[in-house]
Design a protein around this ligand. Structure first.
Ligand SMILES: [Zn+2]
Length: 439
């Protein structure tokens, strides 16, 4: 069939208002093999048809069509934090978050961080503690521009654990939690059950916990286990009653294994992943979120970190490289997550640089097509039943798509430069297109 081609900005071709088509030199579906000379039809906010250009059904003849080189699903980052870090205070200092007015300042900064994330080709993010969950209703209402946000709202951890702020009086931390600071301490089975309910009440789509100590928290170690087995089980069971899955910050092996035994769905960071962990993850259908980007980003600026933090980063750097390499070799299910949380565009881990995680996956042995699946088709699985039908270019899926100027299958680095992401559609709405030049 003959279809009229239009440029998205300059078109005068009559367009069926409820739908449009895209002709792609190469269409990467997210899962499965790429299709060359492909076409994709969008009706309202949903992908209605995908196939070879030569087989476009006749009923779409009245639609306007654009021609682009490469089309793929919008990418996902399943481990982000929108906290205004480096604008409000350095990434290593969470204390100012507890001062009156700071939440509004962070919210203001988050508006541009969400925009930068979408313009970099990320149409969905999972936020594992942060303020984007509070800001997201403005995205849904169209007041500001950003990706779909699936937030945990707060981060649950034990008193003295990774989600505690060790520099502040405990009463201040607990007061902060009640005011919406995205961190929460909870202890004992009853306390943990109640904390999950509080997060669901605030709008959490996933529950984030810490089953080990961390890098940026002062008085614990990444190898420490946090929460008892009974507390972990209580959290997973309570989350499941509301159809939420649990994501666990888990670095040391004991804390990873305890989280998996309790039924946690995603292991965040996982620097001590070994053969035994991989067997257990496969048995439980758990997903690894390696966050290599933050480890490399912090290591690159190690001289500016507080000494206690620097020692931990240096200890974990090679471990994180090795664990991802092993996970790729054993074909473990892996989703793209960066732990991006700086709002300073000059910082290595600032919002909008999320695609850098793809480079580390390739370095660890993934093929480009597998790395793209890690960024598109797999991520919705990290949300259980809370995810929209998205992440693949298939009929019936959300029309979340990006156009790329050159094929990332030849060089994955193409995706790390937002300038190469020429178009971004979310739910069928075009949010980014090449600038029009006037002569
Ligand atoms: Zn994180």
């Amino acid at each position: 069939m003959h279809v009229p081609i239009r440029d998205p900005e300059t078109s005068t071709v009559a367009n069926d208002s409820s739908g449009f088509g895209i002709l792609a030199g190469v269409l990467i579906p997210g899962r499965g093999q790429p299709i060359s000379k492909a076409a994709l039809i969008v009706k309202d906010d949903i992908i209605e048809w995908v196939g070879p250009e030569s087989e476009i059904p006749a009923q779409y003849q009245t639609f306007g069509f654009s021609r682009i080189p490469v089309l793929m699903p919008g990418m996902w980052d399943v481990h982000t934090h929108f906290m205004g870090a480096d604008i409000v205070a350095p990434v290593t200092n969470f204390v100012p978050s507890f001062l009156p007015g700071t939440a509004a300042l962070i919210g203001a900064v988050t508006v541009d961080d969400l925009r930068a994330t979408l313009m970099a080709g990320f149409t969905s993010v999972r936020e594992l503690g942060g303020y984007a969950g509070d800001v997201f209703p403005a995205v849904e209402k169209g007041a500001i521009v950003g990706p779909n946000v699936y937030s945990s709202m707060g981060i649950l951890g034990i008193t003295g654990g990774h989600s505690d702020i060790h520099e502040l009086p405990l009463s201040t931390v607990k007061h902060g939690c009640s005011l919406g600071v995205p961190t929460q301490v909870c202890d004992g089975v009853d306390g943990c059950t109640s904390a999950v309910r509080q997060m669901v009440r605030r709008g959490a789509k996933v529950i984030k916990i810490c089953s080990t100590g961390g890098v940026l928290s002062l008085n614990d170690q990444p190898e420490d286990s946090q929460f008892s087995p009974a507390e972990l089980r209580a959290i997973v069971e309570e989350a499941a009653r509301s159809s939420r899955v649990v994501a666990s910050h888990a670095i040391g092996k004991n804390g990873i294994m305890a989280a998996l035994d309790a039924g946690v769905k995603t292991i965040e960071h996982g620097m001590y992943v070994d053969e035994e962990v991989i067997s257990k993850m496969k048995e439980k259908d758990a997903i690894l979120v390696p966050t290599r980007h933050i480890v490399e980003g912090l290591a690159a600026g190690a001289e500016d970190l507080p000494p206690k933090v620097r020692v931990k980063v240096e200890r974990l750097l090679q471990l994180s490289r090795d664990s991802l390499k092993l996970a790729v070799k054993r074909r473990l299910k892996i989703a793209l997550g960066t732990d991006t949380f700086s709002s300073d565009r000059k910082h290595a881990i600032s919002h909008g640089k999320n695609a850098k995680e793809l480079l580390y996956a390739i370095e660890a042995g993934m093929l480009p097509l597998e790395a793209i699946e890690m960024a598109t088709a797999i991520p919705p699985e990290t949300l259980g039943r809370q995810a929209r039908r998205a992440g693949q270019l298939r009929a019936g899926y959300d029309a979340d798509m990006i156009a790329i100027s050159k094929s990332p299958l030849e060089n994955i680095e193409i995706l790390t430069n937002p300038d190469n992401v020429t178009h971004v559609w979310k739910a069928g709405v075009l949010y980014k297109s090449p600038p029009v030049s006037f002569v």
